[in-house]
Design a protein around this ligand. Structure first.
Ligand code: GLN
Length: 306
């Protein structure tokens, strides 16, 4: 497999998308970038090309980290009683599904309402506040001690996050939110503003692909049940309202973020991290998905091949 060639074939696709600018600090990112990292579980080795070491905001991919951490701390039952597992068909920050369905919990942990809900479940442990716990867990599951918070992006999210604020107040009004609104949102905006690389995302994907065991030291970090549940959700809701389309085309459980990241987990085989900032209309990395499609075909790793 020639990873350099995949970068070459897909870099021009960046021109077909647009860097997220509804969060102003994200709008400053150089668009013409594409990086790929693949953790090969059989060889226990990582290969990377292009802009795989560039740091960018994790954004919605952090929802996976928070969900896994909440499950680890509070148990699967506790968390899944408070957030569902259904695809929504609406954009990630839509308030419609909360109201129309009249459910007692947000539909899934990967839409913003669900992620804010999960964040609100976290409590201080041994004097460590929820975000401190989360960033430590992120460093562990991504195997990168250098993950830090971008205060510039965090402040930009806080200044412009009125959609998220409205979701949080709605959750509060319906008595779903477990912490107060400002605290829940602060943790949520901070988790979105953690700076990662494509290599970090390949490592995260590798833990999920390896049934919850970190392949670099063979220690279990999350339960097998949590890894399976998360990959299933990635398949059905990982790419916002285009999840169904891409499940059919690409067939690998994948989660995207508006910072241009994609994280995929091919069970038993590979963890894949991709970074390319310009997005399609739904908010997914446009060159990244095209590269992932090509990569998936070369590696023959979609869920339905054997
Ligand atoms: N911080 C972003 C938001 O709340 C995350 C969304 C995303 O990556 N889809 O809108």
């Amino acid at each position: 497999m020639n990873l350099e060639q995949i970068v070459k074939n897909n870099l021009a696709k960046t021109k077909e998308g647009r860097v997220a600018n509804y969060i102003p600090a994200l709008g400053k990112v150089e668009p013409n970038q594409l990086g790929i990292a693949i953790y090969d579980l059989k060889e226990n080795d990582i290969k990377q090309v292009g802009d795989s070491q560039v740091r960018f905001a994790i954004e919605s991919i952090s929802k996976i980290i928070t969900f896994l951490y909440a499950v680890k701390q509070l148990g699967m039952d506790y968390v899944t009683q408070r957030v569902g597992a259904r695809q929504t068909g609406f954009p990630f920050n839509s308030i419609l599904n909360l109201e129309i369905e009249g459910k007692h919990h947000p539909l899934n942990p990967f839409v913003n309402a669900g992620a804010i809900e999960v964040t609100s479940l976290l409590k201080a442990v041994n004097n460590m506040q929820p975000f401190e716990q989360l960033i430590r867990f992120a460093r562990e599951i991504c195997h990168d001690s250098q993950i830090t918070l971008s205060t510039e992006i965090f402040e930009s999210e806080e200044r412009t996050g009125d959609m998220d604020r409205s979701l949080a107040y709605y959750l509060k009004a319906k008595k779903m939110l477990k912490a107060d609104v400002p605290t829940s949102l602060k943790v949520y905006f901070k988790q979105c503003s953690m700076m990662v690389t494509a290599e970090d995302l390949a490592n995260l994907g590798a833990v999920l692909a390896n049934d919850g065991i970190k392949p670099w030291d063979n220690e279990r970090l999350i339960s097998s049940e949590a890894a399976t549940y998360t990959k299933s959700l990635m398949m059905t809701t990982g790419l916002y309202n285009e999840s169904g389309t891409y499940s059919a085309i690409i067939g690998i459980p994948t989660k995207s973020g508006v910072g241009g990241g994609l994280m995929s987990a091919a069970t038993g085989k590979y963890g894949i991290g991709i970074f390319s900032p310009p997005l399609d209309d739904a908010g997914n990395s446009i060159a990244g998905l095209s590269a992932l499609n090509e990569l998936g075909r070369e590696l023959k790793v979609d869920l339905f091949r054997y």
